[in-house]
Design a protein around this ligand. Structure first.
Ligand SMILES: *[C@@H]1O[C@H](CO)[C@@H](O)[C@H](O)[C@H]1NC(C)=O
Ligand SMILES: *[C@@H]1O[C@H](CO)[C@@H](O)[C@H](O)[C@H]1NC(C)=O
Ligand SMILES: *[C@@H]1O[C@H](CO)[C@@H](O)[C@H](O)[C@H]1NC(C)=O
Length: 279
């Protein structure tokens, strides 16, 4: 932005009289400009614009602190954000502990590892953190001053685990409510069917939201004798362990901590939801 005043460049001075004359003309012109209402309006608008910018900047800084451009909205876990590169292992021929065993089915160890990924997903935040949340959330029933939230990556991992279990009915059929009928046939209209449908869509949304643009190269495959895609490459990753540790240190200890007595909407203390998306 620039003031709407004429620009002056200094000319080489021939003598003092001419210089002083030029100064006088310049001052007269400037005063003329300032007396002109339009210029006063221009200057006022500029002043207000600068003031607004300063206040707005301060607002962003204290409320949302978007230091990481991938995190426009405030999250109480944002202090954990750090990035690293991670080489994803080959996992078509090589099994990770999160995959199936020799019999083609997952094991108790596999299940334990999956459960550990998201068992601290529901956490409590204090009143100051809660008041900055993009959406309002409820105070815990037995812990005044603390508010409950779930961090979405853990919800998404829970969802992926649910879909994983749906793929191995031999092992997990008993864990489902109404996904299978008594003969082991799939029921596509029950509560469970709605749940895994929801889970697939949540993971689709998350993957598109985070749009991993890591590359998959095509390299020579000796068995096929031509290039094929290779997945064992480095990715830019958020440090999941840091998010996990943060959640663990604030986890809602047990299900009892989430047992509310039913009541009217106005019976529950809510905080947050006042700050709009800063996009
Ligand atoms: C796996 O866990 C189930 C349920 O806890 C248990 O009944 C079973 O014995 C365990 N299997 C092995 C191989 O430890
Ligand atoms: C959360 O906030 C967003 C953005 O303002 C809004 O669109 C959405 O409806 C809210 N959701 C809930 C559950 O409050
Ligand atoms: C599917 O689930 C729904 C809801 O639980 C139930 O009403 C229905 O009887 C189930 N269908 C079969 C074929 O089991």
């Amino acid at each position: 932005m620039r003031l709407n005043l004429p620009e002056y460049t200094l000319l080489p001075m021939t003598n003092a009289a001419e210089a002083s004359n030029r100064n006088a003309t310049w001052q007269k012109h400037l005063w003329g400009c300032l007396r002109d209402n339009r210029s006063i309006i221009h200057i006022s608008v500029l002043y207000i614009a600068i003031l607004t910018l300063l206040v707005y900047n301060n607002f962003i800084w204290t409320v949302a602190r978007p230091t990481d451009p991938s995190q426009i909205l405030y999250s109480p876990a944002e202090s954990t954000l750090e990035y690293e590169t991670k080489v994803f292992p080959e996992n078509i021929w090589t099994k990770s502990p999160y995959m199936t065993g020799g019999n083609g089915l997952p094991s108790n160890e596999t299940d334990g590892l999956w459960d550990d990924l998201y068992k601290y997903g529901i956490v409590k935040v204090n009143a100051e953190e809660a008041s900055n949340l993009p959406n309002s959330t409820a105070e815990l029933p037995h812990e005044s001053g603390f508010y409950v939230i779930e961090i979405d990556v853990f919800h998404q991992l829970h969802c992926l685990n649910y879909i994983r279990k749906a793929l191995y009915p031999d092992r997990y059929m008993h864990e489902f409510r109404d996904a299978y009928d008594t003969e082991g046939k799939r029921n596509y209209s029950g509560h469970d069917a709605r749940h895994y449908d929801h889970c697939i869509d949540s993971i689709r949304l998350a993957m598109m939201c985070h749009a991993d643009i890591s590359i998959i190269p095509w390299q020579f495959d000796p068995a096929k004798e031509y290039p094929t895609p290779k997945l064992e490459v480095a990715h830019t990753c958020r440090n999941f362990d840091a998010v996990h540790d943060w959640a663990k240190s604030r986890a809602v200890a047990n299900e009892g901590a989430l047992e509310w007595s039913p009541g009217l909407e106005t019976d529950f203390n809510m905080l947050g939801g006042g700050v709009l998306a800063l996009v």
